[in-house]
Design a protein around this ligand. Structure first.
Ligand SMILES: *Cc1c(COP(=O)(O)O)cnc(C)c1O
Length: 448
């Protein structure tokens, strides 16, 4: 694996340009011990060896995607200024860039009127959405599927909102019969619809949930922290593409630019369809807002300080790779999905494996066959370790054994959950690397 250092010359030119904007000030240079700094940095480089090779295509495990070089460089460039997007005083240019970047994301979902901003990540974005949901439907319950991100129940506990988990169907999507029963028996204010579950990438059936909303009247919050950008892909199967078609009907949407949006960590995004929810954020901080009349992002965010650099990096990335259907960014997502379908097809055609689910996005799950679910779990764990020894880096995920049995009726269930293999094929290069990935998997399976 090589580290892209050619970009350092690009960054150098941009840094020189940045400096010309401040050249009129009296000369001032930050002082630091260069020799000692180099020593420390070399130590850092060595410490960083202790990582899986996340940027490499043979890393195909957890949700880790390398930021685009333009994002990395724009972030670094902004660091020489280090703006704070809490208030315009602290980050003038980067606040404007945040508004432009967020407008483009909102536009992707068909919203021209909205309220939204960046957050430190998906968890905080969901926290704001659920906090607003509770402000507008006070005292009512929030529900999400059993495959929804684990932080929803934790967020609700922190906000003292009651939360219930709805059963999933055989496709790991929110079960509509179970949801309707809950709507009849409980005072539900908000349904969290996951579009791209963290475990397996399943997409809850939004069109049916919208139908239920007409009868029962609740807020719809879409958690598409992982899957949100798949709005731009043209190669999804029916359930997912129908759900993506009606995303604009939601009340709020969360998407993580630091998952599939090519950003360094520290970049989530929350959007509200009704700009009037801004009234819930009212506060009277006496000292931060004196010098400007424009809306401060700090007035519509629960967080105070936020990295202006994150907004700059996102803005630069979308400038280079616009969010257009059929554009380079969208095609790269389609490649990820193709890679997942390719791996799934190979696994499914192979008698040695069970594939409990067809991928809806780019996450593939499988497990080597064995007579019992506990024996399958052991084989999955061994696959993980042996693949790692062969420089193929996968992940594991505990999946309900009942759903494994749907795909493999002969298996004897002797554990509630079965450990399965899980692979997030988040890099477009995975499409080209699949032969190699498959060769390692095949070899590992022969040695199990
Ligand atoms: C990753 C993820 C989250 C949490 O987002 P962070 O950015 O890790 O805080 C929430 N929901 C879903 C569906 C996710 O995939």
């Amino acid at each position: 694996m090589t580290i892209d250092t050619a970009s350092i010359t690009i960054l150098q030119q941009a840094a020189d340009k940045l400096a010309t904007g401040f050249a009129h000030l009296p000369q001032h240079q930050t002082q630091y011990d260069e020799d000692r700094t180099l020593q420390v940095l070399l130590e850092v480089a060595e410490r960083m060896w202790d990582n899986y090779p996340y940027p490499h295509p043979q890393y195909a495990g957890q949700m880790l995607k390398p930021p685009h070089p333009v994002a990395r460089m724009a972030y670094q460039l902004a660091q020489w200024i280090n703006p704070n997007n809490h208030a315009l005083d602290g980050g003038k240019a980067s606040s404007a860039m945040e508004k432009e970047a967020v407008a483009k994301i909102a536009h992707m979902y068909g919203w021209s009127e909205y309220l939204g901003h960046l957050t430190s990540g998906g968890t905080f974005a969901n926290l704001e959405a659920l906090w607003v949901a509770n402000q507008s439907h006070p005292g009512k319950m929030i529900v999400g599927s059993k495959q929804a991100h684990y932080t929803h129940s934790r967020i609700c506990s922190a906000l003292q909102i009651s939360y219930l988990a709805v059963e999933v169907d055989d496709y790991a999507r929110m079960d509509m019969v179970a949801l309707e029963e809950m709507l009849k028996s409980q005072d539900v204010g908000t349904v969290v619809v996951t579009m791209g579950t963290t475990g397996v990438g399943s997409v809850d059936p939004l069109p049916q949930i919208v139908q239920l909303q007409k009868r029962y009247g609740f807020r719809i919050h879409i958690d598409s922290a992982y899957g949100g950008y798949y709005k731009l892909a043209r190669n999804l199967a029916a359930n997912a593409s129908h759900a993506y078609e009606v995303m604009h009907l939601a009340d709020s949407i969360v998407v993580d630019p630091h998952k599939h949006g090519l950003q360094p960590y520290g970049c989530g995004c929350v959007l509200f369809k009704d700009p009037q929810v801004g009234r819930f954020y009212q506060h009277d901080s006496p000292y931060t807002y004196f010098s400007s009349d424009e809306l401060h992002l700090g007035e519509i965010s629960l967080e105070c300080s936020r990295a202006g650099a994150a907004a700059v990096a996102l803005w630069a990335t979308m400038e280079l790779l616009p969010l257009t259907i059929g554009g380079e960014f969208a095609k790269d997502l389609e490649s990820c999905r193709n890679a997942a379908m390719d791996l799934y097809t190979r696994l499914q055609a192979d008698q040695r494996f069970v594939t409990p689910l067809e991928p809806e996005l780019d996450i593939v799950m499988w497990v080597p066959k064995a007579p019992t679910t506990s024996a399958m779990s052991i084989l999955a764990q061994r696959t993980f370790e042996m693949a790692e020894a062969n420089e193929l880096h996968l992940a594991t995920f505990s999946f309900p054994s009942a759903l494994v049995k749907q795909a493999y009726p002969q298996v004897v269930i002797d554990s509630d959950m079965t450990v399965c293999m899980r692979s997030c094929l988040m890099k477009p290069e995975h499409e080209q690397w699949l032969d190699r990935i498959w060769a390692i998997l095949d070899q590992v399976q022969q040695q199990l």
